[in-house]
Design a protein. Structure first.
Length: 359
């Protein structure tokens, strides 16, 4: 485990990761699993709006190019080489801003709660936030639990320096063996680690080992699949394609996005030995349609969150892993934004908080 006082520019952190061409999905493979050809979205764009110019296809940035310590794909930067980490999230300013907006979005989704587990404020002393991102969850948690020391870990040092005295951040790859001693934490937390955790069972085994008896683990995930009960999300719509591309991207990456769909939180907690397992599902009407005001607020915030940097959210999976060009992905996301901004299209997805106690 390395403290992030180590400069991200240190030579050990320099390196390039080349995505093997064999990892890219061929057009035939994409068709076989129901993903429309990427060129479809550019054709849509020209058909629907002939005035809209499709910019000339830029030369694809070579996967071997890198600026200093950070890898760069299509103009966005990503963490340098650390452990086995391969994160799909950019770490540039634009995405950091979007992650800060996302923190508020998750809070709205969870009814302005940072956690759901029945934690005892008087007894919680040591907390781990895995894949902490901008660290806002860890900071807010530390403000609420003044007697607790909170450690946020991530593979990229994007956390602020000025934080409450009871928070610290460390660089660590959560997919490697955790170096924390047994029975260290009262609470192990991970929010939105879909497409990041290699093995949900192993993650929970490590959480179980490092939790104190009586301690809790809690994770929050969102599904990438849109559902619809009235036929307004068509099979060949951009919303319908969204889940398919993420699913295949996660399969190729070896880090699933289907934690919700496969009930992985519950299964992995159970297998690790956690008890009193509970979960709370959140219904999210994307874009904020419908009469239920509370749900609509969640749906609107989700749209704001994703649109804060849709390019950043899609770049790695769509362009690097699945192999679309940035222009194809842009055309696709233009269509996506139109669909989820349309109040007559009733797509929704589920998100879930799940928690359990170490006996
Ligand atoms: C979707 S973000 C969630 C951030 C934060 N948990 C939140 O909810 O605001 C996922 C985070 O996981 C980090 N990450 C990716 N791979 C990781 C790994 N192998 N170990 C630890 N963190 C990782 C990314 O850098 C990113 O900050």
């Amino acid at each position: 485990m390395a403290s992030n006082s180590k400069s991200p520019k240190s030579p050990q952190n320099r390196g390039l990761t080349r995505v093997p061409i064999s990892m890219l999905l061929s057009n035939e493979e994409q068709t076989a699993i129901g993903i429309l050809p990427a060129s479809h979205w550019e054709q849509q764009l020209t058909q629907e709006d002939p005035d809209e110019r499709i910019t000339e296809r830029a030369k694809t940035v070579s996967l071997t190019e890198s600026i200093f310590e950070y890898r760069q794909f299509h103009g966005r930067t990503y963490h340098s080489v650390i452990g086995r980490a391969e994160s799909w999230e950019p770490n540039d300013e634009r995405h950091i801003d979007a992650m800060e907006i996302a923190h508020h979005g998750y809070m709205v989704l969870m009814g302005h709660k940072l956690y759901r587990a029945p934690l005892d404020k008087q007894r919680v002393r040591k907390v781990l936030d895995v894949g902490t991102g901008t660290g806002l969850w860890a900071i807010d948690f530390a403000d609420e639990f003044l007697k607790a020391d909170v450690v946020g870990t991530d593979i990229t040092p994007i956390q602020p320096c000025w934080v409450p005295a009871n928070v610290k951040f460390e660089l660590d790859d959560c997919n490697l063996e955790w170096t924390w001693p047994d029975n260290t934490f009262d609470f192990v937390h991970g929010r939105m680690l879909i497409g990041i955790i290699e093995d949900w069972y192993e993650f929970h085994r490590q959480a179980f080992r490092t939790c104190k008896p009586g301690g809790y683990v809690e994770t929050f995930v969102a599904s990438t699949s849109f559902h619809c009960d009235d036929g307004t999300v068509k099979e060949d719509s951009a919303m319908s394609q969204w889940g398919k591309v993420w699913r295949e991207g996660g399969r190729k990456l070896g880090r699933t996005f289907e934690a919700y769909e496969n009930d992985l939180q519950r299964k992995a907690m159970e297998a690790a030995g956690f008890v009193d397992i509970e979960y709370k599902d959140y219904f999210v009407p994307m874009g904020g349609w419908g009469d239920d005001k509370e749900a609509a607020e969640k749906g609107l915030w989700c749209k704001i969150t994703v649109e804060a940097d849709l390019e950043g959210y899609t770049n790695y999976i769509f362009n690097v892993i699945v192999g679309w060009t940035p222009e194809e992905t842009n055309a696709y996301t233009d269509q996506l934004k139109k669909e989820w901004s349309n109040p007559n299209i009733h797509g929704y997805f589920w998100a879930r908080s799940a928690w359990g106690r170490k006996p």
